[in-house]
Design a protein around this ligand. Structure first.
Ligand SMILES: [Zn+2]
Length: 454
């Protein structure tokens, strides 16, 4: 008899028992071999016997991104107590794309990689993937290994379906044959007839716009997997309209709330169902008050914390992913999974930007622009009227590539849309895809760039 499926086969007591056992084993390893927590718990007078199970989880301190970035190696379990070689052998190091400073390594062992494959498989199951699907991986290669490119490859391996990596962009002049220009990616998409397009929304949008220009069709597309950037309802509708114009009869968008610290993401089983923890046997999520770190009741907005229940490389307890959201532990009424779900779109606690004295939610600005059919690509830039002079006025400039030749009304309409979304009116500057500002972005497009010195 095979073990029960933690997502669907267990009742609340069964899942709690499984997680308590995993957590207890994790704590044993941490008290034996985790440099950061050993030091921190000792300083706080916390001993292993003080934490009897998940019921005592809230006695442990919250771990911040700053704690981790200050000493990433101290978050790796040492070899003490490891029973099998696969628990200590390094499989890979992925890197978090921090907002500042150098990327931080997140290490997985061979043991962890098998769990990552199981996690990827669960994500595809929740997203409604079948054995007849195939994936077009639209993530570029990055300088540091990053989950996004590898994730699409690993997911296909875990599910036994085909994947094509389109490798957008020139990777390096050293190997000019590796990587593809946009028109080549359109040709790859048309030729492979993948049913799943997987990438960042801004690139999917760019691909769809160019495919339309070139008269290509993508009729096999049924799922659009997006991650990396937030994605509002209007933007979702716009992208689906574009795919329908390319011949896809019934495309659907599936959003993932991903993180390096999961090596995967929380996914929707159906639009609006909330972001499911895809592996409740591997991860536990909580929501706490951002200031006091006291648990908030289910359904109330709180700082999202991740606890690893079964890792051997980099291991974190009560790690603040940096976003707030509403969390529920109720069984999903759509798919029947018993696991945590985030029922609101996670947003940064500290994500607001002040422009001309207005507090602006960048996500609202991005959502408004993603929903504008006249734009193929864009980047909003905040800087100063007099660059380098912190006392001069802020200005918001929208650099945008139009989908068709814009008329004078288009710029006004776009500016109006931005003003309605965030209260600040931008200057619209039409540009071309080759413009260095837009072309020079990293994998995770920065839709809002703040050039002001702090
Ligand atoms: Zn569900």
């Amino acid at each position: 008899m095979s073990a029960p499926d933690p997502l669907f086969d267990l009742d609340e007591a069964g899942l709690a028992a499984l997680r308590d056992a995993r957590f207890a084993a994790t704590l044993d390893r941490i008290f034996a071999a985790h440099p950061h927590y050993r030091r921190r718990f000792a300083a706080a007078g916390l001993r292993r016997e003080h934490i009897r199970g998940l019921a005592d989880l809230a006695r442990l301190p919250v771990t911040t991104k700053a704690d981790y970035m200050a000493e990433p190696d101290a978050f790796r379990l040492g070899p003490e107590g490891a029973a099998e070689p696969e628990e200590t052998v390094v499989w890979d190091s992925m890197y978090t794309t921090g907002s500042s400073g150098s990327p931080t390594p997140f290490v997985s062992t061979g043991y962890d990689f098998l769990n990552i494959l199981a996690l990827q498989r669960n994500m595809l199951r929740l997203r409604g993937v079948t054995a007849d699907d195939s994936i077009l991986n639209l993530f570029p290669l990055t300088r540091h290994p990053h989950g996004a490119f590898a994730r699409a490859m690993n997911a296909a391996a875990a599910f036994g379906i085909p994947v094509t990596a389109a490798l957008p962009g020139q990777v390096s002049p050293r190997q000019p044959g590796i990587g593809h220009r946009l028109d080549e990616v359109v040709a790859i998409a048309a030729r492979t007839r993948a049913t799943i397009l997987w990438g960042v929304p801004s690139y999917l949008r760019k691909l769809a716009a160019r495919a339309e220009d070139l008269g290509a069709t993508l009729p096999a597309t049924r799922l659009l997997f997006v991650t990396g950037e937030g994605f509002g309802e209007d933007a979702r509708a716009d992208l689906l309209d574009r795919l329908r114009r390319l011949g896809a009869p019934d495309p659907r968008v599936s959003v993932s709330y991903g993180s390096t610290e999961m090596q995967g993401g929380m996914v929707e089983c159906t639009a609006g169902s909330g972001y499911h923890n895809p592996s409740p046997d591997q991860f536990l999520f909580e929501a706490v008050d951002p200031d006091t770190h006291a648990p908030v009741p289910d359904g109330e907005e709180g700082l999202v914390l991740l606890t690893h229940l079964d890792r051997r490389g980099t291991v974190m307890l009560r790690y603040a992913l940096g976003d707030v959201a509403r969390l529920t532990r109720a069984r999903c009424p759509h798919c029947g999974a018993l696991t945590e779900r985030l029922t609101s779109i996670p947003h940064r606690v500290d994500g607001l930007v002040k422009i001309k004295g207005m507090l602006v939610n960048p996500q609202a600005l991005v959502d408004a622009l993603m929903a504008e059919p006249a734009l193929a690509e864009f980047q909003a830039v905040v800087d100063k009227d007099v660059p380098g002079d912190p006392l001069s006025m802020d200005r918001l400039v929208l650099h945008a590539v139009p989908t068709a030749a814009p008329d004078p009304d288009t710029a006004r309409r776009v500016a109006d849309r931005v003003r309605r979304a965030c209260g600040v009116t931008p200057t619209v500057q039409w540009t071309t895809p080759a413009d260095t500002l837009l072309a020079g972005r990293g994998w995770k497009a920065k839709p809002l760039l703040d050039l002001r010195t702090p």
